[in-house]
Design a protein around this ligand. Structure first.
Ligand code: AMP
Length: 637
């Protein structure tokens, strides 16, 4: 019910690592920033002159003055303790109040008026004591706490405010120090948390420590000095590893370097360690798997199965980790919702709830995202019938824009002279089910040096400009492909595709089946910009082009893009109906060999697909083919 007081109510995410304040500005939920920084580190320090310091400055002093600093106070909320800070002592609610007070000041400055009311979020697993302590902290900060709401509820509101639909969502929240996953039901605009599981001692900080141990071991092996032994050096190292970890979310390889980190025989020693994403992922894999086990438990507690879940929402800074997203994609067989910055989603949801209390109706927070997955063609393996080409995604659908991601591949043949990058857009492992949006070649300068590693980077801007860059690691030689207005073109191109497919499949289905290649399919490649690029790429058909191999150790045989043009020609000849028939045969044969949920899902999708084919429902056929293809991909590994 709306309150009668119409003064602003802010939404506050009082986090273990960082806190955020948001409010409705100009009808939209917005995060309130200070010096361009939306996150306030949840750290409080007391300087020698007994002056309180909050936020980044306090965090910076954590290593040097641990006795003068308090971090992660959220873990202590509800406990009857007094925490020492310098020469004083504080209760957890007092420390939280100091953080809330800073957020309140920030809100008053940004909104230009007094702020006395707030909605504050807490984890779903917080008990009554912990909630009460949070309320008290609010009061101490001079705030009337209008509501305490669950963090997963807030995250749901960000995406679904104002929706009357009945949906089940999983909110996966991996922050700096804690992990929790909640199964949530949304019905008639009401959000209910059905189950919640988690680990209050698992988060991005643990990833930092694992990386630090790895780097410290490398240094120890080389110089015989353990950088973890001295508090200040350890702190420098962990800070450096945290920054490197973030970079590894969109770069394939990083250098962790720190000058003058140690000394031996009067000589300074510098740290310089290279870490690839693959190496990093091996370090954190066990922890990520632990979170996946929690997801399964939460679903069981809610008496739901994976296929009853309509949406997966990502919250918390650590969900930017590619391995986390990859494992969730594999589990849920869908692309997670992450249009909203995962650090900010909870505060934005709290602000949305606050607006509702004030009787203001707000819709979901809308942000531009990539509408399709983008990647390249790679050669998976050689079979008796020739090379098996598959799609290797790099920039995933739903990535907030601007987006920048890269991955690493390597050549198949020694001394290869040329790499061809065939850029595809779509959601299917099968390259033919995706759309070709361009090709370009990279002439290799040092084919006999290194391991033929090629880095492929995708950058998509808010105005839809796509830039794909390929870099030969050994020489630094690079080539790029640029497509202006990629987003708009993709969308209108898609419509054209759908229309042509419909014509080809149903209006002339007899011709289609007997004649094989049709004008309908040929013209699918008729994107004006793509044609130019394709033409350019095909000019030197007889030139010896190379294949590139994906370097991920999990898929050691994955080999990339045979770019000799065979695949493109093959797609012209491709018979859509025969392809669907093959898919159905594969599905039905596999369902016969499997038991349990996967078999049921496959059978159900196959029979829905047959029905859609009979009804000539093009949209359904497309959707079901996609789903069936995906499920087969995952089941077959
Ligand atoms: P939160 O508690 O939600 O603010 O999350 C903070 C955690 O997210 C910290 O461990 C950060 O290091 C981590 N984090 C922030 N950005 C990234 C990123 N780009 N990739 C991986 N982890 C990140």
């Amino acid at each position: 019910m709306a309150t009668t007081d119409s003064s602003p109510i802010v939404g506050i995410d009082l986090g273990t690592t960082n806190s955020v304040v948001a409010a409705i500005v100009g009808g939209r939920a917005q995060v309130l920033v200070e010096d361009g920084e939306p996150l306030l580190p949840s750290v409080v320090a007391l300087d020698p002159a007994s002056k309180l310091i909050v936020g980044q400055a306090a965090r910076n002093g954590l290593a040097a003055f641990p006795e003068r600093t308090i971090a992660s106070v959220k873990r202590r909320m509800g406990e009857d303790v007094r925490l020492p800070l310098g020469d004083q002592e504080f209760t957890p609610q007092e420390i939280s109040a100091i953080i809330l007070r800073r957020l309140r000041d920030r809100a008053e400055r940004e909104l230009g008026q007094p702020v006395t009311r707030a909605v504050i979020t807490v984890p779903a697993f917080f008990d009554e004591h912990q909630r009460q302590a949070t309320r008290e902290a609010g009061k101490l900060a001079g705030l009337t706490v209008e509501r305490i709401i669950n963090e997963p509820t807030a995250a749901t509101l960000v995406y679904r405010a104002g929706s009357d639909a009945r949906e089940h969502l999983v909110v996966y929240d991996l922050g700096g120090g804690t992990f929790d996953v909640s199964v949530v039901r949304l019905e008639m605009g009401v959000v209910e948390v059905l189950s919640s599981k988690g680990d209050t001692r698992l988060g991005g900080d643990d990833f930092d420590h694992l990386l630090m141990d790895y780097v410290a071991r490398e240094f120890l092996g080389k110089h015989g000095i353990d950088l973890r032994e001295q508090a200040r050096t350890r702190w420098r190292l962990i800070q450096s590893c945290e920054r490197a970890k973030r970079r590894l979310s969109d770069e394939y390889e990083v250098r962790i370097s720190e000058e003058f980190i140690a000394e031996a025989n009067g000589q300074p020693l510098h740290l310089d360690v290279r870490v690839t994403r693959d190496q990093y992922e091996e370090l954190i894999r066990t922890l990520v798997e632990r979170t996946i086990e929690c997801v399964d438990k939460a679903l069981r507690d809610a008496n739901l199965t994976l296929n009853q879940i309509d949406q997966l929402v990502l919250v918390g800074g650590s969900t930017r980790t590619p391995l986390v997203q990859q494992r969730l994609r594999e589990e849920f067989r869908r692309e997670p919702q992450r249009a909203v910055d995962p650090d900010l989603a909870v505060a934005l949801g709290a602000a949305t709830q606050a607006a509702m209390l004030n009787g203001i109706s707000v819709g979901p927070v809308l942000v531009d995202v990539a509408t399709h997955t983008l990647g390249i063609e790679v050669l998976d393996r050689m079979t008796f019938s020739g090379p098996e080409l598959v799609f290797s995604p790099i920039l995933h659908r739903n990535s907030p824009l601007p987006a920048r991601f890269e991955d690493s591949y390597h050549t198949v043949h020694e001394k290869q002279q040329m790499a061809e990058i065939h850029v595809l857009q779509g959601e299917h492992r099968d390259i033919h089910r995706n759309r070709s949006i361009g090709k370009f070649k990279l002439r290799l300068q040092k084919p006999d040096q290194g391991d033929g590693q090629i880095l492929v980077r995708f950058e998509l801007t808010l105005d839809g400009t796509l830039r794909v860059t390929a870099v030969e690691q050994a020489s630094g030689a690079s080539e790029e492909l640029r497509i202006e207005n990629a987003l708009a073109d993709f969308q209108s191109g898609q419509r054209d595709d759908a229309r042509r497919r419909l014509e080809a499949m149903f209006d002339h289905s007899d011709d289609f089946q007997t004649a094989g290649a049709t004008g309908g399919w040929k013209s699918i490649a008729g994107h004006p910009q793509m044609m130019d690029l394709d033409d350019a790429a095909d000019e030197n058909e007889d030139e010896r082009v190379i294949d590139v191999t994906h370097t991920a150790p999990a898929q050691p045989v994955r080999i990339a893009a045979d770019s000799s043009g065979e695949a493109a020609e093959g797609s012209d000849e491709w018979d859509e109906l025969a392809e669907i028939e093959q898919l159905l045969e594969r599905a039905e044969s596999l369902a016969g060999k499997l038991t349990g949920e996967d078999a049921e899902d496959i059978e159900q999708l196959a029979s829905q697909l047959r029905a859609a084919l009979a009804a000539r429902d093009q949209a359904q056929v497309e959707r079901l083919c996609g789903e069936l293809d995906d499920i087969l991909f995952y089941v077959q590994g």
